[in-house]
Design a protein around this ligand. Structure first.
Ligand code: CO
Length: 148
């Protein structure tokens, strides 16, 4: 594993739409492993592929119980409720703003081996997943801040 540089706000790569993963190969696994190491070093709870320079649809999320979740080609199937909480982002050091997001989501996604999953998430876990999935659309959390 190796640490990757985290792309910072202002770099146009963070504003691009990412493309689907088509090859569930060893390279995908290596990048996901590197992303985990990079996220842990930075003490974050999520990291998206474009934040380490890859314009592909995969992210990692650290769930509230400590589970590491890898989402490849995630799609939001359902969402409901809403909650406002402070968020930050490893690409935007020092910026913390309140963001309104759904408090429940159901996701379809693939793991690194290409297995498909459908799973629901609530509250903090839903928020982390949605923040990271936004990165795949070139959306940053402060775009959705309640007060800018
Ligand atoms: Co972020």
């Amino acid at each position: 594993m190796a640490l990757r540089d985290i792309v910072k706000d202002g770099d146009p790569i963070l504003r691009k739409r990412c493309r689907e993963v088509v090859d569930f190969d060893k390279k995908l696994g290596h990048i996901l492993d590197d992303m985990l190491e990079t996220m842990q070093k930075a003490e974050g709870v999520g990291l998206a592929a474009p934040q380490v320079g890859f314009l592909r649809r995969f992210v990692i999320c650290l769930l509230s119980d400590g589970e590491l979740l890898e989402l490849v080609n995630p799609v939001v199937l359902e969402q409901s409720g809403e909650a406002i909480l402070h968020e930050g982002c490893l690409s935007c050091p020092g910026k913390y703003l309140e963001v309104k997001r759904p408090s429940y989501i159901k996701l379809e996604y693939y793991d690194r081996h290409g297995e498909k999953h459908v799973r629901s998430f609530n509250d903090f876990n839903a928020r982390v997943c949605l923040h990271e999935i936004d990165h795949l659309e070139g959306i940053l959390f402060y775009d959705k801040a309640v007060k800018k």
